[in-house]
Design a protein around this ligand. Structure first.
Ligand code: FES
Ligand SMILES: [Fe+2]
Length: 435
């Protein structure tokens, strides 16, 4: 059982909180590269409870910093993005992407002290369509993590963001909870609906067994069940939790599933879901077909606003009950809510802004939830106690050879050995990039 105190530790992410400080020791995605235009409008970002602005300077470099000008705290959101820096409109002070003060326009030259002033800028880096930020110690910045899905050229990837109005932990727990697949998404359909052998197995047996373990980089688990129509074979759906807020779900077969899900805490009650998958292993057609089997269309984003929480809000949201269609629920779809991601969205937000975990009754099917909470609490406590971090925090390659995915083995085979065997033969993006 998770106590109230543990729930507090797990869910609070602002400056000075245990989980917030652990999160700050890792790179996290901040925005899509396409959101930032050279000399374009600054963008308001909310990350780990901090109000920030992001902008792209004249040279194309991305900058992310506290929105408050270090002079007298006017918001740099209103700033002029010009000539390789952002200029505060209040008194004209100007800062580059590293926070250096380039100009103190309202101070006579002989009284200028711009060398002594810095805006609170965070290290930002870009790779294949994502802008990442490191909000920890700016003197000690590790390399950007080599998640496989982030090493694939941008044009081969689907990259989606969407705002989820709840705490980050319940958002990511929805990702590592495979047993809902046969209910929330496919509760109204039988195996005859699927060509795919894994999905046939999933709905042929909706109550699988589970196995899990902690890893250096987080935790791994697999749901396993007899393979449908393959006597003597076992079907495995294996997924990972990666520090501090990422998951690798079993969306497709393990040997092809290049994907990543990030649940980036904006504050304690809002999360930016970052969804990456490689187009050629899970095409738009596949996705549309699976959504249709689940009983609906996909989610739709409203136009972005400039509010701190105005990016990637959903048209189908808690104010309109996610446009639930009760007739559809009676006749065709388990939920009456359109699309797999929207179904996830509705149930996870329905728990409230921060789920009260003292009310839960966890079952054997929640084994990975327990494993992940334990790994997070241990890591947060260790960092608070003496600064010890999981090895993955300082090792960019720690995640490079991990994937979620489905596979089949002979009955009785070892799950991790089988996983390693398939992975050692799979073409991994990091390995290809290095060759
Ligand atoms: S508050 Fe920004 S220049 Fe004065
Ligand atoms: Fe789901």
């Amino acid at each position: 059982m998770t106590t109230e105190a543990e729930n507090e530790t797990l869910t609070r992410v602002g400056p000075g909180t245990k989980m917030g400080e652990l999160m700050r020791q890792f790179w996290i995605p901040a925005a899509m590269s396409s959101e930032l235009v050279a000399d374009g409008d600054p963008v308001r970002l909310m990350l780990l409870g901090e109000k920030l602005i992001a902008f792209r300077d004249s040279s194309g470099r991305a900058g992310i910093m506290d929105h408050r000008c270090p002079h007298r705290c006017a918001s740099l959101f209103f700033g002029r993005n010009e000539e390789d820096g952002i200029r505060c409109v209040y008194h004209g002070w100007k800062f580059d992407v590293d926070g250096n003060c380039l100009d103190m326009a309202n101070v006579p030259p002989h009284r200028d002290f711009k060398q002594k002033v810095k805006a609170k800028a965070y290290k930002a880096e870009e790779r294949n369509g994502l802008v990442w930020v490191f909000m920890g110690d700016q003197e000690n910045v590790p390399g950007l993590p080599e998640h496989e899905a982030t090493l694939v050229p941008e044009e081969q990837m689907m990259i989606n963001f969407k705002l989820r109005e709840c705490n980050w932990l319940q958002a990511i727990e929805g990702e590592i909870d495979t047993s809902h697949l046969g209910f929330l998404h496919f509760g109204s359909v039988g195996k005859g609906n699927f060509e795919d052998a894994t999905f046939r197995s999933t709905v042929a047996n909706r109550a699988p067994e589970y196995i899990s373990r902690e890893t250096d980089y987080g935790a791994v688990y697999a749901a396993h069940r007899p393979a449908a129509e393959r006597p003597g074979m076992t079907n495995w759906r294996l997924a990972h939790f990666l520090f501090p807020c990422f998951a690798l779900p079993p969306l497709a077969a393990l040997d092809t599933n290049v994907s990543l899900r990030g649940y980036i805490p904006m504050d304690d009650e809002n999360t930016m879901c970052v969804i990456l998958f490689k187009k050629d292993n899970r095409t738009a057609d596949d996705w549309a077909e699976r959504n249709a089997i689940a009983g609906g269309d996909d989610f739709h984003c409203l136009p972005n606003t400039t509010d701190w929480k105005g990016r990637f809000r959903l048209k189908e949201n808690k104010e309109n009950d996610y446009l639930i269609d009760r007739d559809l629920q009676r006749t065709k779809s388990y939920t009456g809510i359109g699309g797999i991601l929207l179904q996830d969205h509705a149930v996870v937000e329905s728990m409230g802004p921060i789920s009260d975990r003292t009310l839960e009754h966890l079952a054997p099917s929640d084994r990975m939830i327990t494993e992940t909470r334990r790994a997070l609490l241990r890591a947060a406590d260790a960092y608070a106690k003496d600064g010890t971090l999981p090895a993955a925090a300082s090792d960019p390659s720690a995640f490079a050879r991990t994937r979620g995915g489905a596979f089949f083995t002979e009955d009785g085979a070892d799950w991790i050995e089988s996983y390693d065997e398939i992975m050692s033969a799979a073409p991994i993006a990091s390995r290809i990039a290095a060759e």
